[in-house]
Write a protein that binds this ligand. Structure first.
Ligand SMILES: Cc1ncc(COP(=O)(O)O)c(C=O)c1O
Length: 390
């Protein structure tokens, strides 16, 4: 990993300390150039015409994504966000009264809203699994629960939006396989941050965004659907891209993950997403994850020096999302003060992971999320800035 080049290729690093990769990271130059150049070309030759010219490169995006997560290209659908991907899949699972969903305390609020909606409208049963000592989903409880044989779906956020926790997804996947139950993985914060090999994880479905640790453009995301499910899945919305009219009164649904896509999309953004995946694969996620973990732990260690600090990260092994509060200080106000000093962090609102925050008695917390392009010097400068705040 040529660290100097990586920093040179990341324009924002010249004037900023960007600790907000869990919100939206700084993309490398090759990603922004790809998007901008494509848009310029659209303006010069026409949108449909440019699409035809770039058809092969646009098809290759499916290869770039599948290589990153070790899937097959036909198992990938391109989406405009992680939530779009997640909702498209979740609501298409043909829910019936009494079917059970198991999830974790730290699942993302949008996912919880969907569980609760189905609970209200279809009578599905939502159960939140207990946690082990460090905050990961308790595997023994999961196995005990799966043994009863009535669970339809285990749905987990791999890395929650509000901290450093990493769920033991390979062990969860092994259990869902053993008990023949579906496994939906929200990998929004993990793709690009830590390894997300769908063969090793053995998930049935995975959803991700482009703009966070993957360093892709905003407005991109993708869905992975294991091939064996193509034949029975029934997307809740179809159009002339995801299905074909075969007569005046019949239609046929596509038999690949693109059954969840629709006709219109942004080719420029898709190409940018493909570039980001290729960039991440070339650097090697195993390598970059080591750097992220090391920097996250360094930040946690250095934060201890700040008066009134309380760190809130769960997990035995922690990733790059560092969550904390400062005694008697409003998190949003601190974020704004840091921003005036050219330091980007974000606030993880209570409502984003309501269940977890409620159980832990937390309100809105500060979230500093580091990437491999950040440095220990930036961490030290961040700490000094934090100490100097009024
Ligand atoms: C764990 C998790 N899941 C899902 C999402 C939603 O992603 P998107 O905004 O791309 O729909 C987020 C966003 O922060 C997240 O952190």
């Amino acid at each position: 990993m040529n660290f100097e080049n990586i920093r040179k290729e990341t324009l924002g690093l010249e004037n900023l300390i960007h600790f907000n990769s869990a919100g939206s990271s700084l993309p490398p130059r090759c990603v922004t150039d790809t998007v901008v150049n494509y848009l310029v070309q659209e303006g010069q030759v026409g949108g449909y015409e440019q699409f035809e010219i770039e058809a092969n490169r646009l098809e290759f995006v499916y290869d770039q994504i599948s290589q990153l997560i070790n899937a097959n290209r036909e198992e990938i659908a391109l989406m405009e966000s992680a939530t779009r991907a997640w909702i498209s899949l979740f609501y298409s699972l043909e829910w019936k009264k009494g079917q059970v969903i198991l999830t974790s305390q730290t699942d993302y609020a949008s996912n919880f809203i969907s569980y609760l909606q189905l609970q209200k409208e279809k009578g599905v049963i939502l159960e939140v699994l207990p946690q082990s000592k460090h905050g990961e989903t308790c595997l023994q409880s999961l196995e005990n629960r799966l043994q009863k044989g009535d669970v339809k779906l285990v749905s987990l956020s791999h890395i929650p939006t509000n901290g450093g926790l990493i769920q033991p997804v390979e062990q969860v996947g092994a259990l869902t396989q053993k008990y023949n139950c579906l496994f939906l993985l929200d990998a929004c914060q993990s793709v690009g941050q830590c390894p997300t090999d769908v063969q090793k994880i053995q998930c049935d479905f995975l959803t991700a965004t482009g703009r966070k640790y993957l360093r892709g453009p905003r407005g991109t995301g993708f869905l992975y659907v294991k091939k064996k499910h193509f034949s029975w899945l029934n997307p809740f919305s179809l159009d002339l891209f995801s299905a074909n009219l075969t007569s005046k009164n019949s239609y046929e649904v596509r038999q690949d993950a693109r059954m969840f896509e629709s006709w219109e999309s942004s080719p420029a953004l898709r190409l940018g997403l493909g570039q980001a995946c290729e960039y991440a694969s070339k650097l090697g996620i195993e390598n970059t994850f080591e750097k992220i973990k090391q920097l996250g732990n360094f930040l946690r260690q250095e934060l201890q020096q700040v008066n009134g600090i309380e760190i809130h990260d769960l997990g035995k092994e922690k990733g790059g999302i560092v969550s904390f509060t400062l005694k008697n200080k409003d998190s949003l106000k601190v974020k704004k003060e840091l921003s005036q000093r050219k330091v980007n962090v974000s606030v993880s609102y209570k409502t984003s992971t309501f269940f977890d925050m409620e159980v832990r008695g937390l309100g809105d917390i500060l979230r500093a999320s580091v990437h491999y392009y950040n440095t220990e010097e930036e961490v030290l400068s961040f700490i000094e800035t934090l100490k100097g705040l009024p």
